[in-house]
Write a protein that binds this ligand. Structure first.
Ligand SMILES: Nc1nc2c(c(=O)[nH]1)N[C@H]1C(S)=C(S)[C@@H](COP(=O)(O)O)O[C@H]1N2
Ligand SMILES: [Mo]
Length: 236
């Protein structure tokens, strides 16, 4: 058997790891200084979560159910038509087909989901690809500060890179051991456990790196640019 049939191509993996480490160093301090890592008087209740914030942000109610929020249209993208474009302020724009996406390093994580409409779903087990691993593939230029994420339904949302590059930000395809259901953004959506959930685009189709901030769909309509749950930062 050829070596590259038994394991991911070692050179390629090394390049991803190098790029990931470089990017991590560049943003590490900014990540460590975000409100959900450092706020001294975070708003909320319950025991500390893994980054030291109260498990339940202010004015949130825990639900076991999982409400569905969308723009009234759930785009159904067959896997053989699915593509994810990553472009903008990057050295190596790419377009991933389903098999390319699934061949990337996969991350499992359990995280909380806080919706701006005041429900929180706690300890959700996800599987997907880290945003930071995708960023390492395309190599953001020095000028990149934010990303705009776009959904197949016409949705968009903007995020600062120091939030998007956190290790719990994933593009997930599996939840609770099952393929992500269509109504929750399957085949792939983004999750942003340290920001309100509208920052995670369902049915994600494009990530555009930006050399400055721009407003997404809800941000243009008065939702907060920053969306910090432990600051009750919902509307601007
Ligand atoms: N593409 C797309 N992504 C989206 C939305 C949307 O309407 N379209 N709604 C956002 C909002 S407001 C929330 S709270 C979460 C809801 O995810 P859920 O429907 O899986 O609970 O998705 C976010 N991502
Ligand atoms: Mo929302």
């Amino acid at each position: 058997m050829e070596p590259n049939e038994t394991a991911p191509n070692a050179d390629k993996l090394d390049r991803i790891i190098d790029a990931r480490m470089k990017l991590k160093r560049r943003f590490e301090e900014a990540i460590q200084n975000t409100p959900s890592m450092t706020d001294e008087k975070p708003l909320g209740s319950g025991p500390p979560n893994r980054h030291g914030m109260p498990k339940i942000p202010k004015s949130q109610t825990v639900t076991k159910k999982w409400p569905v929020l969308d723009l009234g249209y759930q785009p159904n993208i067959p896997l053989d038509k699915w593509q994810l474009a990553i472009d903008g302020e990057v050295e190596q724009p790419i377009r991933l087909k389903w098999a390319d996406f699934m061949a990337l390093p996969q991350t499992e994580d359990v995280s909380d989901f806080h919706c701006v409409t005041t429900w929180s779903k706690l300890d959700v087990p996800w599987v997907g690809v880290r945003f930071a691993d995708l960023a390492a593939l395309v190599m953001p230029k020095e000028t990149a500060t934010h990303v705009m994420c776009y959904g197949f339904d016409g949705y968009s949302t903007n995020i600062a890179l120091e939030e998007a590059l956190k290790s719990d930000v994933l593009l997930v395809h599996t939840v609770e051991g099952e393929p992500l259901p269509l109504e929750h953004g399957g085949p792939v959506r983004m999750i942003t456990p340290q920001l309100y959930a509208w920052k995670g685009s369902k049915w994600i189709k494009r990530i555009e790196f930006l050399a400055g901030n721009r407003l997404g769909f809800w941000e243009e309509r008065g939702y907060s640019n920053t969306a910090y749950p432990w600051r009750n930062d919902r509307y601007s």
